[in-house]
Design a protein around this ligand. Structure first.
Ligand code: IVH
Length: 693
């Protein structure tokens, strides 16, 4: 061996030893303490690295390597139970290509092993059962003459813990098999125990409020619940289970011969079986089904971390044998992870358009669901205090679907004592104005309407779809314009020149001209769009519409008296007050003057009378608030409601009759409606109501 080869082997041996130590420590935390400090995906990554090193250098394998046994050791406190057969694991694929590669290996192996000549139909390798991979906890139940006699956890795969008393408390677990099926002398079945996501969230919130221990995710909660030493505590947890395999069958009749028959048998015997399971021919169709379930993942009542594709013919599956602890005849198609842990390095502050100061986590970069995350929202300072998140903590970062990544909480077990408590700012970090708290709100605010920290949000709002609708002015370009000193307020947009834009990175002739044209065209937007764009506190599309109709131009609005404003349908005292405050500000006057100078000063004929309202319409006496994207512009829907005698306002209050919920609704409005028990309806339901349904 060359000098170079030797030194790299020494390095690899060292790395393998480090990985072994780390993995064993993590699996002890996971299996014995129920207090893991890294996510499953991170564990898998370390495990796979070790497996790779050992595959290339089998001489580095040691008997204590986690790859040489199935799982961790058994906790003290529960009696130990030997499983009738080793409770095995599954190989993983992380994408369609990985599943195809598994299937090719399968076909090759079957041919080489002579399985196909031995009279097994080749079609057997193309007939699958596809099941959800429930992110729970394996349980193995034994029934003697149809009666539940024992329940065990997986433990190390050979020896588990006797949790019979606890499992008996799971109401969906049959204590005896239904007589509708053949009852073998002994039957052992395998399934997953889990806690439904909703129940997990609710109980965790309650525990947090009571200052009790909380759990990072439903899986850990289920584990903690199942391994309670006092079954009366387990009984209080809403554990459920789904079953998918027979691991022991002693009886006169033969056991089900296929996976599909197994699921049907289990169902008939009284076990809960997932109705997401399908019998599917062809590997491509199986992959397509797995992929079709991904977008449905968030709507399921339980967490799944992937799908399992299994060869349907169990005789064939048995003959295919195992690779290590993984059966060849099945593969887990893992979904992108939605949770990772990393270190919280610092907390920065962001100002929203309304002046709300939100904490943003600066994280050690971590991979999650295919993207690298280096910052994430921390919601608000009250949330930080409640969850006791500290700088230097190892934190759990979550991301579901398209949702913005957020810090869910600290990993308390990983604390060193060096972590720093996070204090909310007392002054705005951008303009140093003392912060403000508002009654009934958790956010803290910078009260300075001209705070430079808000400028980018204010401009982005001004140019947005519902406001001046200037195409081609995304957040990145807004930031560029501000950084270059070209724009200090929204009026400055209208004096931009093509030459100035051409100086900026990413701008060529055509793009610059298009933007200049789009900005100029926005001068024709009606007054209500401009009012929305100016971001006056509490003024949403409904109030803006009413104000525009009533006053017709900016000057008239600026002069409007409080009493006059309050009289307007859809305005009310809070909005009226806010408009007066806005109108009296020096900076408002300056901005409006500037806007008028650059030609942004829409005029329309004021309309005072209520026109087009149907007396006795379907919505008389009802007050609606709209949120989210509807099938038509919000303004049109609002006008239609008004034409049927209803009222539309911008914010949910105890006077609201219904919240009409469109796509991607606003969290504030939905939460407020929940709090106040305001019924929420879809646009379809609204239409049915209009038709007298
Ligand atoms: S089959 C030999 N099917 O996933 C059979 N496992 O990562 C191997 N799991 O330890 C298991 N849902 O705890 C199978 N429908 C399902 C499953 C499932 C969840 C769990 C099981 C296993 C782990 C493997």
């Amino acid at each position: 061996m060359t000098q170079h080869g030797q030194s790299s082997l020494v390095a690899l041996a060292q790395r393998a030893a480090d990985l072994r130590r780390e993995l064993n420590e993590h699996s002890y935390r996971y299996y014995v303490l129920d207090a893991p400090i890294i996510s499953d995906a991170e564990y898998d990554a370390l495990y796979n690295e070790l497996k790779r090193i050992e595959a290339e250098h089998p001489e580095l394998i040691t008997p204590d390597s986690p790859t040489q046994r199935v799982g961790g050791s058994v906790a003290e406190g529960f009696a130990k139970v030997r499983h009738p057969q080793p409770i095995l694991s599954l190989g993983n694929a992380f994408d369609a290509a990985g599943v195809r590669a598994w299937h090719e290996r399968l076909v090759r192996f079957a041919a080489q092993a002579g399985l196909l000549e031995a009279g097994l139909p080749e079609a057997g390798l193309d007939s699958f059962v596809v099941e959800p991979k429930i992110d729970g906890l394996t349980i193995v139940l034994t029934y003697e003459n149809g009666v539940l006699t024992q329940a065990a956890t997986r433990g190390d795969g050979e020896i588990g813990e006797d949790v019979t008393a606890n499992v008996r408390t799971i109401k969906s677990v049959p204590l005896a098999l239904r007589r509708a099926v053949h009852v073998p002398a002994r039957l052992a079945v395998r399934g997953e125990a889990y806690i439904p996501i909703k129940a997990f969230e609710q109980l965790n919130a309650e525990a947090q409020q009571a200052g009790e221990r909380t759990f990072a995710n439903p899986r850990n909660f289920a584990a903690g619940s199942l391994r309670q030493l006092d079954p009366t505590l387990t009984a209080k947890r809403p554990l459920r289970a789904l079953f998918y395999a027979i691991v022991d069958w002693v009886g006169d009749d033969a056991a089900p011969a296929t996976q599909w028959d197994t699921l049907e048998y289990l169902r008939a015997a009284g076990f809960p079986v997932s109705d997401l399971s399908r019998q599917i021919n062809g590997i491509e169709a199986a992959i397509a089904y797995c992929e079709a379930v991904i977008p449905r993942r968030d709507a399921l009542p339980f967490e799944i971390d992937g799908m399992v594709i299994k060869v349907n013919d169990l005789t064939l599956a048995a003959r295919l044998g195992y690779v290590g602890k993984d059966p060849r005849g099945a593969i887990a198609f893992k979904f992108p992870a939605r949770e990772a842990t990393t270190v919280l390095r610092a907390v920065s502050v962001q100002v929203g358009r309304t002046g709300a100061l939100s904490p943003v986590a600066q994280l050690e970069p971590v991979q999650l669901g295919g993207i690298t995350i280096s910052n994430a929202t921390l919601h608000n300072y009250e949330d930080i205090a409640r969850k006791d998140i500290r700088i230097g903590d190892r934190v759990i970062v979550k991301r579901a679907g398209d949702v913005i990544p957020y810090v869910a909480g600290p990993v308390l077990a990983a604390r060193t004592g060096q972590e720093q408590v996070i204090e909310p700012p007392t002054v705005c970090p951008f303009c140093e104005t003392p912060v403000e708290r508002r009654e009934g709100e958790v956010a803290i605010y910078c009260p300075n309407p001209d705070c430079p920290g808000r400028l980018d949000r204010a401009i982005a709002h001004f140019v947005g779809r519902g406001a001046m609708d200037i195409e081609g002015l995304g957040n990145k370009i807004v930031a560029q314009l501000i950084d270059a000193g070209l724009v200090n307020d929204v009026a400055d947009l209208y004096t931009l020149t093509k030459e100035q834009l051409l100086e900026l990175e990413g701008f060529a002739e055509r793009k610059a001209q298009k933007l200049i044209d789009a900005i100029a065209a926005s001068k024709e937007q009606p007054l209500e769009r401009l009012l929305i764009g100016l971001g006056i506190r509490h003024v949403g599309s409904v109030a803006a519409h009413a104000l525009a109709e009533h006053y017709g131009n900016l000057d008239a609005l600026l002069k409007a008296e409080l009493e006059d404003l309050q009289q307007i349908e859809g305005v009310g005292p809070v909005i009226a007050q806010s408009i007066r405050q806005w109108a009296e500000r020096e900076s408002t006057r300056r901005l409006i003057d500037k806007l008028k100078q650059v030609g942004v000063d829409p005029h329309q004929a004021p309309r005072r009378a209520e026109e087009g309202t149907v007396a006795g319409g379907a919505f008389v006496g009802k007050v609606f608030v709209l949120t989210g994207a509807l099938s038509r512009p919000r303004q049109e829907v609002a006008a239609w409601i008004v034409s049927l005698g209803g009222k539309v306002t911008d914010s949910v209050s105890s006077k609201t009759s219904y919240l009409v919920v469109g796509e991607a609704p606003g969290a504030n409005k939905v939460n407020k409606a929940r709090q106040l028990n305001v019924p929420m309806v879809s646009e379809d339901e609204l239409r049915r109501m209009a038709e007298g349904g």
